[in-house]
Design a protein around this ligand. Structure first.
Ligand code: ATP
Length: 306
């Protein structure tokens, strides 16, 4: 049957099936990871060492898996590396930039490397991307003067040069202040409509602000996947909070399923999960994505789909 290009693009999604990777030191960084990632922003949330970067690098064809498969549309990612690279934009966790060169000149240089040979086309594209990433006004500044957020936005600009169908962004907001983080969110939020965007992060707010679908991974395993709003429904009427004395913390941990503790005006405020109202001075609160995250990281082991 004839399938139009549009139909093909609409069905473009990333499918990861039973992907596993054990490093030579015995660490099982990925254990049977399976995820269906549609177009739009997908948040991959997990603590340090969960396996996020290993997964991102494997999808980006930068390292091999031991077993499993990854498919983007009709591209078999693990076999057709060059095909994947043509439609991939990748912003790694750390990247170097030439410090003594302007953003405009460097972006133009990257465009040449990506095979955009027509000078006028390249000029227009560079200009459009500098606008998109809010860097047009500083395009003639050398990159060494750029803040962390400006560098990250430049990273996005270079990742978008080939109009990617798949964009991977690995822990982009670590170290950014709230204003820079917000600017970065604004740039990313416009990309999701036509592209599969995977945002790997340990910052819950990144996912809360941006993502329509998400998964939590921990110790190389997917422990929860679904849509943030539906996932929150799972904790409806089950989260309670109480401000306690520091000396009481261990006692509460023994008696309740404490999922998080935060200091508020110097005193610990704990969140617990309980099927019924615990009384004892606790108040019911609306679950936040942080509550889901902490409950999965500290207590969850089995994969749940919502
Ligand atoms: N090249 C490697 N050789 C051996 N072990 C590795 C290697 N790379 C990562 N690991 C280990 O694999 C596990 C997963 O690491 P990975 O970097 O994928 O996690 P992460 O979720 O990206 O963490 P972070 O948020 O700290 O970057 C960790 O225990 C890490 O120490």
């Amino acid at each position: 049957m004839f399938v139009s290009i549009n139909q093909k693009m609409n069905s473009m999604e990333l499918r990861i099936d039973n992907l596993s990777k054990t490093y030579s030191n015995g660490i099982k960084a990925l254990q049977n990871i399976s995820l269906d990632i549609p177009k739009g922003m997908f948040g991959l949330l997990g603590p340090n060492g969960a396996g996020k970067s290993t997964l991102m690098r494997t999808i980006a064809t930068l390292q091999e898996a031991d077993s499993g498969s990854i498919v983007l549309g009709d591209i078999d990612v693990l076999q057709q590396k060059n095909e994947l690279r043509q439609v991939l934009g990748y912003l790694p966790q750390q990247f170097g930039l030439y410090p003594k060169i302007s953003a405009e000149v460097l972006l133009n240089h990257f465009a040449v490397l990506k095979g955009i040979t027509n000078k006028n086309e390249r000029k227009e594209l560079v200009k459009a991307l500098l606008y998109k990433t809010n860097l047009y006004d500083v395009r003639q500044q050398n990159l060494k003067g750029f803040s962390g957020g400006m560098k990250q936005r430049f990273g996005i600009a270079q990742a978008l040069l080939n109009n990617p169908k798949l964009l991977i962004v690995d822990e982009p907001t670590a170290g950014l202040d709230p204003v820079e983080r917000n600017r970065f969110y604004n740039v990313l939020s416009e990309l999701g409509e036509h592209t599969v965007v995977i945002l790997s992060t340990h910052i819950v707010d990144d996912v809360k602000e941006l993502c329509t679908n998400m998964a939590i991974i921990n110790q190389g395993q997917v422990c929860l996947k679904g849509q943030p709003l539906q996932i929150l429904e799972g904790l409806k009427d089950k989260v309670y909070k109480k401000t306690i004395e520091k000396s009481e913390l261990n006692l509460y941990k023994e008696n309740y399923q404490v999922i998080s503790e935060r200091l508020f005006l110097g005193k610990p405020t704990i969140h617990i999960i309980s099927e019924t109202n615990p009384g004892d001075g606790f108040t019911a609160i609306n679950a936040e994505l942080e509550d889901v995250y902490f409950s999965e990281i500290f207590n969850g082991t089995k994969t749940k789909s919502i």
